[in-house]
Design a protein around this ligand. Sequence first.
Ligand code: ZN
Ligand code: ZN
Length: 493
Amino acid sequence: MPPRQSARQKAPLAVAKVEKQEVLAERKKPAARVARKPAVVETEEVDVKLTTTTSSTTTTTTTTKASVKRKATEAPAAPKAKAEPVDSKPAPKKRKTKGKEEDTMPLTERTAITALKKAMYIGAHVSSAGGVQNSVGNAVHIGANAFALFLKSQRKWANPPITPESLSGFKTLSKEHGFDAHKHCLPHGSYLVNLAAAEKEKADQAYTGFLDDLQRCESLGITLYNFHPGNTNGEPRPEAIGRIAAQLNKAHAATSTVVTVLENMAGQGNVIGSSWEDLRDIIALVDDKARVGVCIDTCHAFAAGHDLRSPDAFEETMSAFSRVVGDEYLRAFHLNDSKAPLSSNRDLHANIGTGFLGLRAFHNVMNCDKFQGLPMVLETPIDRKGPDGKTVEDKQVWADEIKLLESLIGMDPESDDFKTLEAELHAKGAGERGRIQEQVDRKSAKGEKKTSGAATGKKAAAAAAGSGKGKQTTLNVKRGRKKKEDTSDEESE
Ligand SMILES: [Zn+2]
Ligand SMILES: [Zn+2]
């Protein structure tokens, strides 16, 4: 049900305006992106419930160890969990602080890859606060076999270089814990960088920040570097894609080993990378094909209209990817469920199994042979309300989701175990899915109304003639504000 698209088909004249609206929304995003996990009160309440979900349902799979045992005792409290802050659990855990004690006691053991029926390396985007070396311990803490991190503050342009201590610490710890940084570490690029920027000054700034990250990767022995392709900012798409590729070529020439991994995106309008074709077009212009790859974000793919839910839909989506982009470019995954429906173009990550994708989609992913060996990174919400009303991170959510995903490998999707797990998680996400569905419906209804009005209105005629710009801007500013209200919990990771 892609209402926005049908609205567009009905009245092409409105397209220009809709796209402008996107520009405004995009410009506002950096501010919202500053917080990697924006605090949204409404979401928090539901998410608190989800914590219990994952734990209790993981229990039914019987694959988890210590963490589940502890959590199993909490499961009966599920119905009331909405008001119960996660931190009131009996387990004494240090939160809020990024102190080291928190991470020295693993929440769960890492699963030996050899113990899995398929070699799936699952982890999460962990914190690197205090230095990149801390990301290793944070990954171990949640039982991850792969991890993502920011190599520097993703909200600042200027960052001090990696200290020698961080550098050697990262390498030593990676080795000690058996992480292959070449394969299973997937740093995430800065949200500030737009390699499609047309203006020289902005393009240069983006390039400098980008290259600096690639150099950091090489000094750390990291091979894969994931980033968002960019935004046209309203400029023609082919040129914007050409600029991205030119920046990549320049960056590849200035470095030697790191592979630049394009992430598929959820949005429409000016966002580049929501279609497989965008990714293909960028890759086509990259000189050294060995230095470019793709990371598929399951939430973004779904929001952009690529279904993954049924085995058939999954097969169709993946064969389209093979056909258009090519399997040889697939280098990584971001595993996120989606709070927004198919083709909604909303980037709203949900906990695994609780979103519109549902557990079956992840069963499809986890049992696909060709994904073996790729880093798979969770970027699911873990922010919860603490007892003092402050937002805290509950990393147990990731520890449980990793085990949950691992348990899907080789699981019979027709079995009672699977069906029960699927239904439980689905039920837990009902409130949040309903809330977002309502927003999407409201927006599409509004879009239809405006489109039909614009088709006959004077403004549309003026816009078509390329005049009346002033008026349109006022209109768009208003819409931009409205959009922000509607999508205040957009994450964009
Ligand atoms: Zn995202
Ligand atoms: Zn991302």
